[in-house]
Write a protein that binds this ligand. Structure first.
Ligand code: ZN
Length: 162
């Protein structure tokens, strides 16, 4: 079904092509449908190809995909968290005192841990994109968690900077 081509309409055996043509003919029989290649009106089509440009006509089924709003919101939150964490790491690395400082070292370790979290979360978010698109409630919930993590990251860094 990938790409929207109905399985039984995929070109293959003659039987399948006949089935495709029968469905195609039934569809264009009483409709003004333009050839998507040359614009010729295919009403009353007599063969599986466009009479004008000769291109083979394939009947396809498309699903209106869900809006990726939650996925984009989550991706913005995670990449912002990743970027802000990276800046915090850079700042912490640059302003490290020459003598060992247990407080500073602990903050640096937390920043490393946060960076790892945001990196893995961003990669997982992109890898699970299609699966999460099918679960709008879960993707909005996870996007909210991502925003909370990013806001938490910013407030922690602002506190550390004081
Ligand atoms: Zn055509």
């Amino acid at each position: 079904m990938r790409g929207g081509v109905v399985e039984w309409m995929k070109p293959g055996t003659t039987g399948l092509q006949d089935a495709n043509f029968a469905a195609l003919q039934a569809f264009v029989n009483n409709r003004d449908v333009a050839c998507t290649w040359c614009g010729y009106n295919l009403r009353g089509l007599k063969s599986g190809s466009c009479p004008e440009c000769g291109r083979r006509i394939i009947l396809q089924l498309f699903v209106d995909p869900p809006k990726p709003s939650a996925m984009i919101a989550g991706l913005i939150a995670l990449s912002a968290g990743l970027g802000i964490n990276g800046l915090g790491l850079l700042a912490a690395a640059n302003y490290r005192p020459p003598s060992p400082d247990p407080v500073m070292d602990s903050e640096f370790n937390w920043l490393m841990l946060g960076g790892l979290f945001f990196l893995l979360a961003t990669i997982s978010w992109i890898c699970c994109w299609r699966a999460l698109l099918r679960k709008p409630w879960l993707s909005w919930l996870l996007a909210l968690v991502a925003w909370m993590a990013t806001v938490g990251e910013v407030s922690t860094l602002l506190d550390a900077g004081r």
